[in-house]
Write a protein that binds this ligand. Sequence first.
Ligand code: NAD
Length: 372
Amino acid sequence: MDSTSRRDFVRMAAITVAGAPLVGTVPSIAHRATPTTDEQERKLGVALVGLGSLSTNQIAPALQKTRHCRLAGIVTGTPAKAVQWKAKYGIPDKSIYNYETMGRMADNPDIDVVYIVTPNSLHARDTIKAARAGKHVFCEKPMEVSTARCQQMIAAVKAAKRQLAIGYRCRFEPHHLEMLRIAKEKELSEVRLIESGFGFSIGDPTQWRLKQALAGGGPLMDVGIYSIQSAEMIAGQYPVAVSAMTTKTDPVKFKEVEESMTFELKFANGISASCTTTYKVNGFNRTTAYADRGSFGLTPAFNYDGIKGWRSDRKELPGAEVDQFATEMDDFADCIINNRPTSVPGEMGLRDVRTMMAIYEAARTGRTVRLA
Ligand code: NAD
């Protein structure tokens, strides 16, 4: 093995090993000393794939606030959007692609990272194209709509010797990290139960989020995944068994996907999490952990800003207000620049898709499904 392939081997081994155990760890960038001058000067070029609501309103503005990233390219199927984005962000023609031409990024050294922001069931298609073009991939949640597709994504990025991260923004959000710390350090003794819920009242009945083929499911895939992540962070593990039940009051609008879902996650360390997700009501947004000497929680828990923490002992549950998208992108850039594995790898996205598929099976069969 020559020294380059040895380095690659060591790096990929580290990334592979990182997959499973990182469930309860804290990303390092928020806690690191000031970066060196070289680190500060290096900005990675990011290309956004899919210029919908999240790219337009959150990610593109957030990239302007990062220390290590710049918006360098776009992939869109809508020529009018290309014109607007070119004018607004000064993107050169050579870095504007559509879904058919994006493979040509292979010849574009201005693009280091491809950020996938298309509907859920297009994530594998776009990730694999980006990986084959030799780019690192940051992919929005949920990773995909089946475990087989998640595995294909992991394999494609590994074959390209690049990194793959999933957009789990709460893993970088200070209040969530404080919840993790309180649980891990047993500040209120052992956590026993977790309760979490996230939902909203969905509008346009024709949107892709209500189509099984594009979304892979309903609110569970879209926002219930935040409760799964929150429970995993606090429990410090992935669940080993799930049970679930769905509710539907509008079978026309929710013809293809669930309207609401209640599910239980059981962890090997004895913690259980009771979670609900819905497309039916607004303002449903919280996580609570119940421990032997008190409880602590976030209400709201999953917003882009304004997250509020509380503790039953009336001590503060602090957390700085950050741009979660800028923070997660700076962390990923730091992983690439410093050759360290991401704390939100494809393996974590795969585990959560596996958990969600088990939750659907549990709801369908009425049985507890084991995930050991
Ligand atoms: P959106 O509908 O606003 O945007 C989707 C984009 O994909 C649009 O530009 C659309 O033109 C494009 N697209 C390409 N092929 C398409 C097709 N066949 N059908 C429909 N659209 C197609 O959606 P969004 O809210 O931006 O969500 C995009 C992704 O980001 C989803 O995976 C979603 O789960 C995720 N998301 C994450 C967060 C977060 O907080 N991390 C928030 C919102 C959305």
